[in-house]
Design a protein around this ligand. Sequence first.
Ligand SMILES: [Ca+2]
Ligand SMILES: [Ca+2]
Length: 532
Amino acid sequence: MRMTCFALAAIVSGVSPASAQLTLEVKDYVEVPVTGLVDGTGSNDALLARVNVLREEAVGAKRFFITDLNGPLYVVDKATKKFSVYLDFNGNPGKNGIFHKLTVAQGFGNGLNGFYLDPDYARNGKFYTVHIENPALPGSNLPDNTHFAGLNVAGYTTTETIRAPGPRLHEGVLVEWTDSNPANSTFEGTARELLRVQLNTRSHPLGDLIFNPAARRGDPDWRVLYLECGDGASGESTDVSIRSNPQRLDNLEGKILRIIPDLNEHVSASKVSENGRYRIPNDNPFVSTPGARKEIWAYGLRNPHRLNWAVDPANTANNRLIANSVGLHTWETVYIIRKGVNYGYGLREGNELLKPDNTTGPLPAVDKIPVQIGDTSTREMVTPTYPVIQYGHGSDGGDAIGSGFVYSGKAVPALRGKYLFSALTARRIWWASYKDMLAADDGQPGTLAAIHPVSLQWNGQVYDSRFPIAEAAYKARGGKNAQLPGRADLVKGGRADVRFSIDADGELYLYSKTDGVIRKVVGATASTQAER
Ligand SMILES: [Ca+2]
Ligand SMILES: [Ca+2]
């Protein structure tokens, strides 16, 4: 077993055959306004714009919503490329935004960290955000509408923090917004805090959220929200009193959550949450488990900071929720998320055992993990589920996986059936066959989908990474640092920091915080052997 695991792991983290080479043609799409400092020296202020999310309204509306972790939520007109500040979350001293306790100075995911439009947004004007607060910062944790007069804050109240063992350095906050006129570029309406989660540290916060894009009105999954919460770095802690937080079912750290934000939706198939602000579907896996949080859909994850739904229009049985999770010292991972599954962290990392000293080793002969609800384990044992993609830490892959998507657009046929994903600290972009990923979701830790490198063609030149592109743009936009800002321990010259997103047609975009530029994937060339 052990030898098999290592042999396969070596294949995926090594160089793939040249025949699988794929080159994406990218074009500059839009520059996000600079909110950092061109000569910044801090942890986050040196990034030109901490662009984190790009979402488009349903087909036909022609507007993007783009978030910057530093605070702004922009509406961008696709025709004119004009940015309008729709809301600004940064109400720190000297700033004009809404939340006084927003934390942005340090921590990769801190600030305005998540945004998703309600599937019925065009009718109901609702959307959802996640932002991170530091309770120790000055001011109230109620929203301040001084500079956003259209936001009616009357009756807004916070919710009780959902606690986890250990320190409460930060809190992740989920808010539902209702714009009474979704057609214009300003916000006028109300907001409702849905959920507030304790986070032990500033790392691995509450973040990405997504609705199932294949669900239609009348379907059980229609307007049901999937939300990821990182483990707050509890799972790697040498403090044994918090190390089991991602495994414990009595808190939300290290979990995928599933809730119904609208109290009027799926009323007969769900129950109102403990805090009265949202509903919990009756078919969530732990609704009948005493002591467990009923919001939990899956657990045992470190930092599953990017979620996406792979939708196979040819066969809906192949639709899957996918999470990209950043590893500790050894493995970067892609998981297929299924109901009630334990993904093993912090007792497993990738397809290996994670030991108490945070090194990895072979899986035990009997691969079982006790179900843990409170301080002590129950007598129930489960077999953990392993990634469908993993790659090792190193200069090629770095030590932080970015976002990924199974291509669902029409403009670039060469990308069909491919899962494209990025590395943050390193410069690489990779692809894997979605068919291989489904096949690797087989309960066997040793079977993984192979990954292949992606090159980028930009302004007539081909690069094996995003790095020189981001570097050129960083300097062109006035960046003064000698190397690209951001931590990149395993690679020299700074952090390329590239992420994917998709528009309403499923077309791909690439962006990074270092240069704050969004580029569109407009073409691709793949060798014929690479087609699967
Ligand atoms: Ca409006
Ligand atoms: Ca497998």
